[in-house]
Ligand binder design. Structure first.
Ligand code: BTN
Length: 245
């Protein structure tokens, strides 16, 4: 095992990503170390949002990686690896799991997990990666301002053991990370595309020019989403440049 070879648990902290960064700064943190918390005072979401999680109900982890094999301009592959690890873990429990581009994890049309990857880049190399993951496990009530949350308990009606979930999730991500290290990038790309939410389905999107109909046809190596319109033209979008309606 690389991922989960070392675990550091905190009952409460500000954010596992922030703690991981502090530990890396202090030095000597081995690859695959997982920072795990029961509660975060200021859990970080994408784009400066906060990540809500009730005390002791969910999985809140950050994985420290040194992916020397990945060049900075190809860093989106790390996002794919982590997303697929989550998908593999969740598919052991339930169905209808998708990756909503770029890396939200959905059950049907609801979000069950979020990923916040923070890469520190020097020239075209990644010095280290902090892969922050929040998975809703046993929480059943969420703030009204969270758009479409769900959890394993909401879906299955049962309480899930957090320790078991931790082991299964880190194992699943470890397997995917090894695919990356052993150069099985094609498999990662293929599985990522086939797990995409609304892949190849005509549906409505919204960009800075307004609402349009299209279907997702691919994601570039740099992580840009490709959508084809009814006239066969393909448009590319970066993160937050397009909304799914
Ligand atoms: C998102 O907005 O979807 C990303 C959410 C990422 C949340 C996780 S919880 C563990 C880790 N620590 C943080 O502060 N954020 C990530």
């Amino acid at each position: 095992m690389i991922i989960g070879s070392k675990k550091i648990y905190y009952e409460k902290l500000s954010s596992t990503n922030t703690m991981a960064a502090t530990l890396i700064r202090k030095g000597n943190i081995q690859e695959g170390t997982v920072v795990h918390a029961g509660y975060q005072f200021s859990g970080k979401g994408q784009a400066g949002n906060r990540w809500e999680s009730e005390d002791g109900k969910n999985l809140l982890i950050s994985i420290i990686l040194y992916p020397t094999i990945v060049k900075a301009d190809q860093q989106f592959i790390i996002s794919k690896v982590i997303s697929l690890g989550l998908v593999d873990f969740l598919r052991q429990v339930t169905g209808n799991i998708f990756i909503k581009w770029p890396n939200d994890i959905y059950v049907k049309s609801d979000k069950i997990a979020g990923i916040l990857i923070e890469n520190t880049v020097i020239r075209n190399d990644i010095e280290h990666t902090i892969a922050g993951i929040g998975v809703n496990i046993n929480q059943t009530r969420f703030s009204a301002d969270i758009p479409n949350p769900t959890s394993l308990k909401i879906i299955t009606g049962e309480e899930h053991d957090l320790e078991n979930c931790f082991s299964s999730l880190t194992k699943a991500i470890d397997t995917r990370y090894k695919q990356l290290l052993y150069e099985r990038k094609n498999q990662i790309d293929k599985d990522y595309i086939s797990s995409l939410y609304r892949f190849n389905l005509w549906s409505e999107f919204n960009d800075n020019k307004g609402i349009f109909e299209g279907k997702i046809v691919s994601v570039t190596d740099s992580g840009r989403l490709q959508i084809e319109d009814r006239r066969g033209r393909i448009y590319e979008f970066g993160f937050r440049e397009v909304d799914f309606l």
